[in-house]
Every structure is written in structure tokens, then in C-alpha cells.
Design a protein around this ligand. Structure first.
Ligand SMILES: [Zn+2]
Length: 80
């Protein structure tokens, strides 16, 4: 099921498949990167993240984490 915007009573559309989201810890430290789907309301433009991958694409303890962060930094759509 698609997310629905409660303000507009509108079905949200997928704006980007495979959008990358950064999970942070201790205030601002990169913790995990996740592949997700980003949906957008066609009326007000509100965006939500849903459709999470089962596993993170990268985690902070992995030896190549800094390289992955650098490679994908321009694709990260939000942090939480
Ligand atoms: Zn809306």
C-alpha cells in the first residue's frame, strides 16, 4: 500500500527507489546507511521514507564504512 497524505487525502507516489538514509548516533555520528523508498505527496510535496531494506547497506564498524559514506554522500536524502 502507498502512504497517504492526511492533509491532502492523496495517495503519495514513489519519488525515489533506493533512496539512501543515514542513521546517526551520539548526536551526529554516522551509524548506518539504509536503502529505502521515498514517497512524495503530489499535492503538497510532503515526503516520507518507507520501504526499508531488510539490512543496512553499511554499518559504522565495517572497515570500508568511511569509503562507503564518501562514495554515497551525495545520495543521502536525510538523517535521523
Ligand atoms: Zn499532501
Amino acid at each position: 500500500m502507498h502512504p497517504v497524505c492526511v492533509e491532502c487525502n492523496a495517495k503519495m507516489n514513489c519519488d525515489k527507489n533506493g533512496a539512501i538514509v543515514m542513521e546517526i548516533f551520539q548526536g551526529d555520528k554516522p551509524y548506518k546507511l539504509w536503502r529505502t523508498d521515498m514517497y512524495k505527496c503530489p499535492i503538497c510535496g510532503f515526503k516520507v521514507i518507507t520501504g526499508w531494506a531488510n539490512q543496512p547497506m553499511a554499518e559504522h564498524w565495517e572497515s570500508n564504512f568511511k569509503k562507503v559514506l564518501k562514495d554515497y554522500k551525495d545520495e543521502i536524502v536525510c538523517k535521523f
